[in-house]
Design a protein around this ligand. Structure first.
Ligand SMILES: Nc1ncnc2c1ncn2[C@@H]1O[C@H](COP(=O)(O)OP(=O)(O)OP(=O)(O)O)[C@@H](O)[C@H]1O
Length: 227
């Protein structure tokens, strides 16, 4: 059987000394699209942060894209992040440079050197999110939905094994949310694994998929009711 891209066993999630979630055991397999839902403050962001090693895994065992979260050292974190594509609610684009330079910054920081290869890769990811003609624009010249597409393109640069998207539509209006969601769906159909935290139930209904819920310090799979 193919190895899961994410496998957690009896994991607890902490913010400093306080336990936010516990007893989490789950697998995410290659190609899955998984939602993570739950009320404000239920621990979705803390869960995501544990997966990209922004919070340490203190209890339980976790493997993600080939890395052991329990034994991960500080110096391994950049290598883990290179195999993950992370998308945030607030886009986090660098405001002082255009789209092309935003993406080039990430490539350079992750060891790319040849200018023509970088340009080719940037064009490829911009094309995937329908933004090929917007490379010269600055973030403030783009709408929220366009900025989020760029953030998704940035997440795709290093061909990640897993995309972690934390409320990617949280700052977008309903119609723009659907457009961004379509981009994520296409990326998933092309074979990429996605874990997306959201409280947007309209999207869940429109694009049903496996759903995990954070509730009462637990994370469990829920069956979506249709109709
Ligand atoms: N940096 C922090 N330091 C201490 N406690 C925190 C920190 N960030 C979050 N918490 C606490 O952890 C709990 C879970 O918060 P978290 O942000 O993970 O929830 P969430 O489900 O992502 O909420 P939201 O949907 O509002 O983003 C909350 O009780 C919150 O107060």
């Amino acid at each position: 059987m193919v190895e899961p891209v994410l496998s957690l066993k009896s994991v607890a999630v902490f913010q400093k000394e306080s336990m936010i979630l516990n007893g989490i055991s789950l697998d995410i397999r290659p190609g899955e699209f998984v939602y993570l839902i739950g009320k404000t403050g239920s621990g979705k962001s803390s869960f995501m942060k544990t997966l990209y090693a922004d919070l340490p895994l203190k209890e339980g065992n976790g493997r993600i894209v080939g890395f052991n979260l329990k034994t991960l050292r500080e110096e391994d974190i950049p290598f883990l992040r290179r195999k993950l594509g992370i998308v945030f609610q607030d886009f986090k684009l660098l405001p002082d440079r255009n789209v092309h330079e935003n993406l080039k910054f990430v490539l350079k920081a992750t060891g790319w050197k040849e200018a023509d290869k970088m340009k080719e890769r940037i064009d490829t990811v911009l094309d995937k999110v329908g933004m090929k003609t917007k490379g010269f624009k600055f973030p403030h010249e783009l709408s929220g939905g366009e900025q989020q597409r760029i953030a998704i393109a940035r997440a795709l640069l290093n061909d990640p094994e897993l995309i972690l998207a934390d409320e990617p539509t949280g700052n977008l209006d309903p119609q723009t949310s659907v457009e961004v969601m379509k981009v994520l769906q296409e990326i998933n159909k092309a074979g990429r694994t996605i874990l997306m935290a959201t409280h947007d139930y309209a999207l869940l209904l429109k694009y049903p998929s496996k759903t995990l819920k954070c509730d009462g310090s637990k994370v469990f799979e829920v069956v979506q009711k249709v109709g």
